[in-house]
Design a protein around this ligand. Structure first.
Ligand SMILES: Cc1cc2nc3c(=O)[nH]c(=O)nc-3n(C[C@H](O)[C@H](O)[C@H](O)COP(=O)(O)OP(=O)(O)OC[C@H]3O[C@@H](n4cnc5c(N)ncnc54)[C@H](O)[C@@H]3O)c2cc1C
Length: 443
């Protein structure tokens, strides 16, 4: 009987488990938290207090693994959001045009997204969950893991779980390098790009009267002169979640009165106007866990052939670009496909990580290039090709303000449905050139 152990029961772990059921006989998820039945916060995923935009690519990938996922989400009260029609989007160059695009997202909290996925995955007869168990060690040789040790956090007893394949889905703080170091494996190199972004988030009840003509509102920061932004989205149970964003060491306030004042001092008071009449449901919550971290697994020597890393444990993104869940979902679909074409032997992980790196490239290029705009961003500075890409991206975004066709192309890339170089297609190039003969005028 073949058995996989998935470490971490967050979105990446659950979706990986769904992928593994296509090939393995048994899939064991080990999760250190108590796992709730519904959409409830838990200590292992503190990001659930903040806005979580689900990109169109993520919708498509999760639906591919768990058919009717979106129907489930809607039945739990998540509104459908056409990202061009329903979103008031203030870019550094002005308001984006609004038009029916069919590029759909869903207004759901991260809690709801995870809860809907979890219910589906745990119902699978091949899947078992060990909640309140924390993985402490991997056993085997530097070439192959044979088992995983997990400690029961209530009884302190150690459980030894035999594994033909191990998936690390423990998030940004993954301890795989430490566990593998104990087996004699060299650490994996990584790139960190940190634009020192802070999030402060709060939920509101959506008022019955006087709601704006948009469903969601995004006010993007604009480097280098406008380091504050905000995202307000509707989520299930007629709530709004509002995240105020500060970049480059600027931190939005946590005090409730100052939070409202800060919303009012943004580039436009539209969000402040909307929430003034709305009942606050939670206190403002802060996080600074927003750096881009890429582990270079594709070129790491001496790693076990049956350990794959996924989700934030492989590559974590600055959340302002809303890519993490979608990339976790795409990585799980990739795992399913890889299982269909590769034997479960000592050569499984390396080609998977190579394909994963290619998958991450789109999202990484967008996040790393955009973060490089800020003067205090920590990490490798952009070279001439990146600076050229930034200058061209500015031109395209400026042109998009006056052109639904260009804005559609921008949104296709933002939603990870097309690669960044799709913005170099002849129609986008020509329209951009025609519409931005003057230097872009930042608002
Ligand atoms: C502030 C913020 C906002 C975000 N906004 C967005 C957004 O708008 N859109 C988007 O797509 N993504 C967003 N993300 C990213 C998104 O949350 C993640 O990319 C996504 O949830 C996938 O995470 P993961 O499952 O890889 O890791 P995590 O969510 O971190 O889950 C890891 C799991 O592993 C468990 N675990 C850890 N160590 C152990 C251990 N030793 N043993 C057992 N279990 C363990 C943890 O308890 C946890 O359940 C945001 C992230 C942050 C921080």
């Amino acid at each position: 009987m073949t058995q996989a152990v998935v470490i971490g029961g967050g979105i990446a772990g659950l979706l990986s488990a769904a992928a593994l059921t296509t090939r393995l006989d048994r899939v064991i998820i080990v999760e250190k938290d108590q796992v709730p039945n519904g959409p409830e916060h838990r200590p292992g995923t503190p990001q659930s207090h903040h806005v979580h935009g689900l990109l169109a690519r993520g919708v498509q990938e999760i639906d591919a693994l768990l058919p009717h996922f979106t129907t489930d989400l809607v039945s739990h009260g998540a509104p459908v959001i056409d990202f061009a029609q329903d979103v008031a989007l203030l870019t550094p160059f002005g308001w984006a045009p609004r038009f029916p695009s069919g590029i759909n997202s869903y207004g759901a909290s991260r809690l709801m997204v995870e809860s809907v996925i979890r219910r589906r995955v745990l119902a699978h007869p091949k899947v078992a969950l060990h909640a309140r168990h924390t993985v402490e060690a991997l056993h085997g040789t530097p070439r192959s893991i044979s088992s995983v040790s997990a400690r029961n956090l209530d009884s302190s007893r150690l459980l030894d779980l035999r594994a033909d394949l191990v998936v690390d889905a423990t998030g940004r703080a993954s301890a795989s390098d430490r566990w593998l170091g104990e087996l004699g494996c060299p650490p994996v190199s990584r790139t960190v790009i940190d634009s020192r972004t802070a999030y402060v988030s709060r939920q509101y009840r959506i008022p019955v009267r006087g709601t704006p003509d948009w469903r969601a509102c995004i006010l993007q920061p604009a480097a280098p002169h406008r380091p504050y932004g905000a995202t307000l989205v509707p989520i299930e149970q007629r709530r709004w979640i509002l995240t105020l964003i500060g970049v480059d060491w600027h931190q939005p306030p946590r005090d409730p009165a100052e939070f409202l004042a800060s919303a009012r001092s943004l580039a436009t008071p539209v969000i402040a106007d909307a929430i003034t009449a709305a009942e606050p449901l939670t206190d403002p919550v802060i996080t600074r866990t927003t750096s881009n971290i890429r582990r270079h697994l594709e070129r790491a020597p001496g790693q076990p052939g049956n350990l794959v890393r996924t989700g934030d444990a492989a590559c974590a993104f600055n959340p302002v670009y809303a890519q993490g869940m979608s990339m976790a979902a795409a990585s799980a679909v990739l795992l399913r496909d890889h299982l269909g074409t590769h034997a479960l032997d000592g050569r499984f992980a390396r080609p998977y990580h190579r394909r994963l790196a290619a998958l991450h490239d789109w999202a990484w290029t967008t996040a790393a290039t955009a973060d490089a705009r800020w003067p205090h961003t920590h990490g490798p500075r952009p070279g001439p090709p990146q600076r050229l890409a930034l200058a061209y991206a500015d031109r395209v975004m400026a042109a998009a303000v006056g052109s639904p066709r260009i804005q559609r192309a921008v949104l296709e890339v933002y939603h990870l449905r097309r690669p960044p170089h799709a913005l170099l297609s002849p129609p986008v190039l020509v329209r951009t050139a025609l519409l931005t003969t003057r230097k872009p005028n930042r608002s």
